[in-house]
Design a protein around this ligand. Sequence first.
Ligand SMILES: [Zn+2]
Length: 209
Amino acid sequence: MIDFVKTVVGALEANCYVIWDTDTMEGAVIDPGGDVEDIAEIVEEKGITVKYILLTHAHFDHTHGAGELEEKYNAPIAISPEESFLIHDDLGLLMYYGDEKYIPVEPKIDLHDGDVLDLGNSKIEVIATPGHSKGGVCFGTDAGVFCGDTIFAGSVGRCDLPGGSMQELVESAAKQILTMKDDVVLHPGHGPDTTVGRERMSNPYLAGL
Ligand SMILES: [Zn+2]
């Protein structure tokens, strides 16, 4: 079984999730966008062995602390290969973020739709959801779906950045998320949790799908 703690990180207040398998305490950090000390405190307090650093997509508000964590825990960074062009360019925004401790993000694991990662006795399913960005993915677990900037409570991620497409995002949501049961919990990359059923009923961007 997966359990998790959410912590809000970085200047753009992204949700970082520290998740772990409750049998083995093997864990993963999803979207460490900054505030590495806060993330490390959770990892150490819970006694988690970090196996992976998982990135839903490459935008710096979700990835900024990934290099530092990789070095700290010697855990590989995993992301879709379709996002690497953004990691290396960092949207040109890094210069505005000003962080001397920044360690460049060097992915070690390529994620593809349908991949399953083992985390102790639990599984993490990779669900491709292009739209907010070209290689965006969600992570499906028995504790819900960590969905990055694909869907927010009552909204969806912006699609005007490089590689974004509203049509693709809506198609991804329809095919990959709204096909799940109503009571599946969604853990977005910003803001509060929601459920598949609530978004199906009330999300204006997903109306009529
Ligand atoms: Zn984003």
